[in-house]
Ligand binder design. Sequence first.
Ligand SMILES: [Mn+2]
Length: 282
Amino acid sequence: MMSTYLIGDVHGCFDELMALLVQVSFNPAHDRLWFTGDLVARGPASLEVLRYVRSLGPAAQMVLGNHDLHLLAVYAGISRNKPKDRLNDLLNARDVNTLINWLRRQPVMLVDNDLKLVMAHAGVTPQWDLETAQLCAREVEAILSSDSYPLFLDAMYGDMPNHWSPELSGLPRLRFSTNVFTRMRYCFSGGQLDMICKEAPSLLKPWFYLPSPVVEGNAETPGYAIAFGHWASLEGKGTPDNIYALDTGCCWGGELTMLRWEDKQVFTQPSLAQGVAAVGAE
Ligand SMILES: [Mn+2]
């Protein structure tokens, strides 16, 4: 029987990923994996993780995270390669060009209409219904997979605009969408994104505490569940029904979490790294 496994931020923790897949006797001929993104950076084996996930072909799907986009920007010469990201093996690999070109063609949002399930690295803003989210995802994916993707990578950093409007266009629109899919944590009560605070001042709420048209559905569209990563300090807890936080900070000495969608059973693999620093925020 086929199973669908949703896996939180791997961040180069290849050994922990393998241990999780052994726990459930993962079989790429029958099962599928959905990754919340941030496959790379911080952990010891980003190169091995990318090679492995790519090698699975249609058995594995992922959404892009902020660290995946950062890797693309480093490779394009737009961002600086920081030693703490531990990307040198990957950047110097003989197949780096293949891996980068594969990575930039991955989506920022996955939708399964049978499972009624949506996945994005950071989440989906409550300012969007499913149709709008899919439109905005396709726009980001189109430019990232095109030849002009360095232009987009150069313009994607920045915190404004922080409020959705269908009138947004061009690079500001792409930047808003990218921030939603890959960086968002808190929103103001009107749904505007706050891109600065990692702690919660009183005016801010986690995005998933605001009513979401995606989760609630409407007369024409049923509600969908949302799975996301990105936010390790949640420790996978505190989200409403039908919203699943899957990043449990493996690269910070926490654990790698995997949710089997069909029966909602959770599998975890503690970090195998020795002497990892205290749990970080990203
Ligand atoms: Mn992450």
